[in-house]
Ligand binder design. Structure first.
Ligand SMILES: [Zn+2]
Length: 170
């Protein structure tokens, strides 16, 4: 997710942000997955981030670091504004991906604040917004509230207006 450059490290390292997930078929049923990298989020267990920078032949080398590195892009990304996560609801998906969903995520461990969000070592969904009842039921396995996106007003209401209308101040 494009959340900008690192600003500072957060001390009280438990932060609530927004992100998108893929919903992917697995052996055990539908599971949340990361949008950018292959990897499933398991129910009842925080997902732990790894630095994948050395897998990218186009990335500049960075000294060995803990995840999330201040000068790297690693760690689980979350946006402060849900609008920044909404654009990740569309994209080219792997086979087995059923759809993408938006939700709130709890970041923990080491957390780096960025211009528009955070990057962190560990993450777990806090709230998921899903309209399809069958998918909502399957995702109940994560033990967090699964709410209808249609019935929830913000952020979805003003997110749909983005692009055409200027965002009102305040
Ligand atoms: Zn890194």
């Amino acid at each position: 997710m494009e959340i900008g450059a690192a600003v500072r490290e957060v001390r009280a390292a438990r932060v609530l942000g927004w992100r998108a997930w893929t919903v992917t078929e697995s052996r055990d049923g539908l599971r949340l997955g990361s949008v950018i990298y292959v990897g499933l989020w398991l129910p009842g267990r925080a997902a732990i981030a790894a630095c994948r920078r050395d897998e990218n032949p186009f990335a500049d080398a960075v000294a060995l670091h803990h995840v999330p590195g201040a000068d790297c892009g690693c760690g689980f990304h979350a946006a402060r504004d849900p609008v920044d996560a909404l654009s990740y609801l569309r994209g080219r998906d792997e086979p087995g991906t059923v759809c993408r969903v938006l939700g709130e995520v709890v970041l923990s461990g080491q957390v780096v604040e960025t211009e528009a969000g955070w990057r962190a070592t560990a993450a777990y969904p806090a709230r998921l917004y899903v309209d399809d009842p069958a998918i909502a039921e399957a995702l109940a396995t994560y033990g967090v509230p699964v709410l209808s996106a249609r019935a929830s007003r913000p952020p979805f209401g003003h997110a749909r207006q983005r692009g055409g209308l200027p965002r009102s101040a305040g």
